[in-house]
Design a protein around this ligand. Structure first.
Ligand code: IMP
Ligand code: MG
Length: 196
């Protein structure tokens, strides 16, 4: 390794030092249980498919599906609006290639965070074209003061202030997804991280 390079050890220290816990692992689990109870009651006896939006929703999907006591199917589709080292949304890329057969199913679209609302509102329209019985939405987080497209999520875990969050599946430039809690990333730390 040459001078100036960041060792893997330093990189992992950077990850945990530069984030501040916003929502703890325990709080996420407790809120997840409540959401699962609510969803379980609403869809009891119905053919439900929960469709997660890759990649940010993976951890939330994995936990919620195991907290839900009613039978249901799960699937995924792809949407990405952040490309590379930026926290500013770019154009939206949607792919339904991985989506399961949704005809005759009630669909609950699951995403990590509702920010401007562009992603979920686009996906709701796309999924409707696949012939489901109904389409509703669940988000782990809703960022306040950011929404540009009108969409009321049917289920929401937490409302948070306008900070960039990572962890529990959410990323910054594909990093931090592995953190078991939700953390706020300071803009100064983002800039520092970019310079590395
Ligand atoms: P929207 O289309 O602006 O609502 O953005 C939703 C998508 O942007 C989410 O699915 C996330 O992937 C991403 N996103 C928005 N805010 C954040 C954040 O604070 N951290 C990580 N990803 C975010
Ligand atoms: Mg996403």
């Amino acid at each position: 390794m040459t001078a100036g390079e960041v060792s893997p050890r330093e990189e992992s220290r950077l990850e945990t030092n530069d984030v501040q816990t916003l929502i703890s692992e325990i709080a996420i689990r407790e809120r997840g249980k409540e959401l699962a109870q609510e969803i379980g009651k609403d869809y009891d006896g119905q053919p439900l498919t929960i469709v997660g939006v890759l990649t940010g929703s993976l951890v939330f999907l994995a936990d919620l599906t195991r907290q839900l006591s009613i039978p249901h199917r799960i699937g995924v589709l792809q949407a990405s609006s952040y490309r590379g080292a930026t926290t500013v949304p770019g154009s939206l890329h949607v792919s339904l290639d991985l989506a399961p057969d949704l005809e005759g199913r009630h669909v609950l679209l699951l995403d990590d965070i509702l920010d401007t609302g562009q992603t979920l509102s686009t996906l709701v329209e796309e999924v409707k074209r696949l012939g489901p019985l109904s389409v509703r939405t669940v988000v782990l987080l809703r960022k306040l003061g950011r929404q540009a497209v009108p969409l009321e999520p049917d289920y929401c875990g937490f409302e948070i202030p306008d900070v960039f969050v990572v962890g529990y599946g959410l990323d910054y430039n594909d990093e931090f997804r592995h953190l078991p809690f939700l953390a706020g990333l300071d803009p100064e730390d983002i800039a520092r991280h970019c310079r590395r």
